[in-house]
Design a protein around this ligand. Structure first.
Ligand code: IDP
Ligand code: MG
Length: 138
């Protein structure tokens, strides 16, 4: 299996709660290499491209509003099978149900909002990773 890259986002809830370093440290501690990193005030245009697969879903507008609510830490990590590996570290989408030991399971919960504030994003395929890295890092 060749070396992959994935886009990791610490979403605005994670940055606001002061968890950026803790979250990135877990990914580094797993053994993946940090190759790009920046704080971004995302625009609606950027988010429309990033979340294009979700346009029209009931949580789409709350998701965009949430992602506009503060800065996001955008990172690229590299390693064999990093795409699957990061999603395993992140845990399942719903933080209430994410396994303890995962980022979402350890630090996330349901806040009674229309969008799951689940701390992180990770690309879900090599094609998504290439597309998303292009969007966030040009
Ligand atoms: P993922 O981040 O685990 O890949 P996706 O299905 O790609 O999950 O959804 C993107 C984001 O949209 C999620 O991380 C979460 O913040 C939000 N989201 C997804 N599904 C729901 C839902 O059913 N209700 C509320 N928010 C959701
Ligand atoms: Mg996704």
């Amino acid at each position: 299996m060749s070396v992959e890259r994935t886009l990791v986002l610490v979403k605005p809830d994670g940055v606001a709660r002061g968890l950026t370093g803790t979250i990135l440290a877990r990914v580094e501690a797993k053994g993946y290499k940090l190759v790009q990193l920046k704080l971004v005030d995302a625009t609606r245009e950027l988010l429309e491209r990033h979340y294009e697969e979700h346009i029209g879903k009931p949580f789409y507008e709350p998701l965009v509003e949430f992602m506009l609510s503060g800065p996001t830490a955008a990172a690229v990590f590299e390693g064999q099978r990093v795409i699957e590996g990061f999603r395993s570290l992140a845990g399942t989408t719903e933080p209430t149900l994410a396994a303890p030991g995962t980022i979402r399971g350890d630090f996330g919960r349901d806040w009674g909002l229309k969008v799951q504030q689940n701390l992180v994003h990770g690309s879900d395929s090599p094609e998504s990773a290439a597309r998303e890295i292009g969007i966030w890092f040009g």
